[in-house]
Design a binder for this molecule. Structure first.
Ligand code: HMH
Length: 230
């Protein structure tokens, strides 16, 4: 059991808990090839379609955050996050898909893969039964790991940043706006965890680790174009 000192933040404990999983994601061929700009567009499109329907449930997590919040400022921020997913992030997905001749209707008709179902239903179960702190812990790896990937890729130089299609994806996740929303989520996680007993903190850590593993599986699913076997 890791002891909390007065100076250490709970979010740092979360980060440490999943560091190895995140590093494995960074080394996954999907992200390595995306970073190099060599990723097969068919794999990216598979990812995009699954991500589109993932984001519908993911947006609901922030709607739950708004419901479970006890002050207006937190309610407002969760609703801002919900808006940003539905109208900014999914907007970019719609534009991308269009460039490939995939319509919005087709995006919405995407059959969720087993991994997408595992991930979204896990999240929604946490939201339906858990506290606001649990909602925050479950969604944090999504935002935080994407921000990390976005910033790393944007600084990586040629490759992805020369790619006409993948460049915008990196620009979104490395943007100041996305970074600020991520920092806000990290901040609220630390606030909500403050003073909780170890048993509760351990539960939050389990959600964070589980979501981090599911993030890894999401990259892997897309790379293998893994839908249903039957
Ligand atoms: C699977 C997944 N996790 C996180 C994000 C970032 O919002 C995303 N778009 N998709």
């Amino acid at each position: 059991m890791q002891m909390q000192t007065q100076t250490s933040k709970f979010s740092e404990r979360l980060y440490e808990s999943s560091k190895m999983i995140w590093e494995q994601s960074h080394r996954h061929p999907f992200l390595e090839e995306l970073k190099a700009g060599t990723l097969d567009p068919a794999k990216f499109i598979f990812y995009l379609k699954q991500d589109y329907i993932y984001l519908i449930d993911y947006a609901k997590m922030f709607a739950y955050g708004s419901i479970k919040a006890t002050d207006l400022q937190t309610m407002g921020k969760f609703s801002e996050l919900c808006h940003s997913i539905l109208n900014v992030e999914m907007g970019l997905h719609r534009q991308y898909a269009e460039r490939f001749g995939v319509t919005q209707e087709e995006l919405e008709r995407t059959e969720p893969s087993p991994t997408t179902i595992a991930y979204t239903k896990y999240l929604l179960d946490v939201a339906a039964h858990g506290s606001l702190a649990e909602v925050a812990a479950a969604v944090l790896p999504c935002m935080w790991s994407y921000r990390e990937i976005g910033v790393l890729f944007a600084a990586a130089g040629p490759g992805v940043m020369d790619h006409s299609l993948y460049r915008d994806w990196v620009l979104m996740y490395s943007s100041d706006e996305f970074g600020e929303l991520t920092d806000w989520c990290i901040g609220i996680m630390d606030q909500l965890a403050d003073g909780l007993p170890e048993q509760e903190l351990a539960k939050l850590e389990q959600h964070f680790i589980m979501a981090s593993k599911l993030e890894y599986m999401f990259w892997d699913m897309a790379y293998r174009l893994k839908g249903w076997p039957v």
